[in-house]
Write a protein that binds this ligand. Structure first.
Ligand code: ADP
Ligand code: MG
Ligand code: MG
Length: 199
């Protein structure tokens, strides 16, 4: 079973990974965006870390809804409301129990990803974070390592795609040949699940 501590570790592992990879995320956002994805998420996940320390939410659902609220209120870019919605909706779907199973997490994360698609209007193949999140959720039943591999594969597979949503879509055909920054950060988020489980 996964308790609030597990979800805290998931968020702090994501924050650490975003710190490590911020420059790379911003570099990916340079040719097909406005070169701020790394700094956007860094600001957001630092706020998440600070809020978790201050408020000490006691259930899995409360950890994720607090994290989602922080991302929405601190990240100016498109990714803030999208990741914020992902975590808030996932947290809400987890309910208010003290522990949840991995199958509960898989179901809740699917609800979260559905909410991101409803909010942003992106479908798989549009060259967004959805291209990493959907395969990850599909693979989550096979464990965290499988979800991580699927997310990383999905992120890499955005390179030949033409962007149909977000800032990169303004470039049309010129968005082809670049890996999507949001799909890359989504793979970091999913990879951090494995780190949270290891401790
Ligand atoms: P901004 O584009 O406002 O500067 P960021 O650079 O932080 O925001 O985030 C860009 C990422 O957000 C993109 O790489 C893409 O993965 C994701 N994104 C943008 N628009 C959408 C959308 N409508 N649906 C899903 N993801 C999106
Ligand atoms: Mg940007
Ligand atoms: Mg921006």
């Amino acid at each position: 079973m996964l308790d609030a501590q597990f979800f805290r570790r998931w968020m702090t592992a994501t924050a650490a990974s975003v710190d490590r990879e911020a420059e790379r995320l911003t570099a990916l956002d340079s040719p097909i965006g406005d070169a701020d994805h790394g700094s956007n998420l860094q600001r957001g996940f630092r706020a998440v870390r600070a809020a978790l320390d201050k408020e000490e939410p006691g259930t899995p659902g409360a950890v994720l809804t607090l994290a989602g609220r922080q991302l929405i209120s601190t990240v100016g870019g498109a990714s803030g409301p999208l990741y914020g919605t992902l975590l808030r909706r996932t947290g809400k779907a987890l309910g208010d129990g003290a522990e949840v199973g991995e199958d509960d997490l898989a179901r809740a994360l699917r609800a979260g990803v559905d909410a991101v698609m409803a909010l942003g209007g992106a479908a798989p193949g549009d060259k967004t974070m959805i291209d990493a999140l959907v395969p990850a959720v599909d693979a989550l039943g096979d464990g965290f390592a499988a979800a991580r591999a699927a997310a990383e594969e999905g992120a890499v597979a955005t390179t030949p795609l033409r962007a149909r949503k977000g800032r990169a879509s303004y470039l049309g055909e010129r968005s082809v040949g670049h890996q999507d920054p949001g799909a890359t950060s989504a793979a970091l988020l999913i990879a951090a699940l494995g780190e949270a489980g290891d401790e």
